[in-house]
Design a binder for this molecule. Structure first.
Ligand code: IPE
Ligand code: IPE
Ligand code: MG
Length: 237
């Protein structure tokens, strides 16, 4: 590892390309999801080794419920398996697991597995992994707006006291803004991922399907981040 690399504090990964990875091999889409979600474990642990403090992983969007029932069901069962068993290794690595998204209409068994891993990893402090599951950026902004309006209606907040900090505090999780968003699979879009948090993020779109996204590719992505000149609206340095 290059000691001089700047490591982004909050990295988001849009986990995409599982279906095409499987199709290319003559496998079912389910096989692709299995391969992709198992790859996630390796990527999480490597992120911790790199010194990343927050990793947000987009694994299921609110819109993904539009997919065939069979595919959705397969994914739900896979999540149960990962959070109940497979991701125990994340906990052993000092990783704290949290979730962003709406609970409804996730099945009870998925919610239980999510609660379990959150509880079992709550005292960990090496890195935070935020799974965006049944997550939509637009829905998050809608839910945030409703929470703040409710505080005003209840007399707990004055309109003039609403600031950008109020927005950040009322999103699903209190996280720093994203520094870097990586979308595997080659598509050049956000697909409703962390719209507010990505305001000043750098973007990287490797043409690699997620099940093939290895540690080396992640390292290369961080090298690419180091070539960017972030300005936040100021002058070029
Ligand atoms: C991303 O892979 C995983 C989820 C959305 C759950 P896709 O299933 O979108 O794979 P492609 O984009 O069809 O290849
Ligand atoms: C975005 O991927 C959502 C996740 C990776 C979880 P999609 O495959 O659902 O996005 P579109 O449909 O190509 O925009
Ligand atoms: Mg896709």
């Amino acid at each position: 590892m290059n000691e001089n690399l700047i490591i982004p504090t909050h990295v988001g990964i849009i986990v995409d390309g599982n279906g095409r990875w499987a199709q290319m091999r003559g496998l079912s889409r389910s096989e692709g999801h299995k391969a992709g979600l198992f790859r996630l474990k390796e990527i999480c642990i490597y992120a911790k080794e790199l010194g990343i403090k927050y990793l947000s992983l987009y694994v299921f969007s609110t819109e993904n419920f539009k997919r065939e029932k069979k595919e959705v069901q397969y994914l739900m069962n896979l999540f149960v398996n990962l959070y109940n068993d497979e991701f125990q290794e994340l906990i052993n690595n000092g990783i704290k697991v949290i979730f962003s998204g709406r609970k409804n209409p996730l099945p009870r068994k998925v919610l239980d597995a999510m609660d379990k891993i959150v509880e079992n990893s709550a005292d960990n402090s090496e890195m935070v992994v935020n799974f965006c599951l049944n997550y939509g950026g637009q829905t998050e902004l809608l839910d945030m707006t409703k929470k703040i309006v409710q505080q005003v209606v209840d007399g707990k907040k004055k309109i003039d006291d609403i600031t950008l900090d109020t927005i950040q505090e009322n999103l699903y999780q209190k996280l720093p803004m994203l520094d870097y968003v990586i979308r595997t699979g080659g598509e050049l879009r956000l697909s409703n991922f962390m719209l507010y948090q990505a305001s000043y993020a750098e973007f990287y779109f490797p043409k690699i399907y997620f099940p093939d996204f290895k540690k080396n590719d992640f390292y290369y992505a961080i090298v690419e981040f180091n070539k960017r000149n972030r300005r936040f609206g100021g002058n070029a340095s």
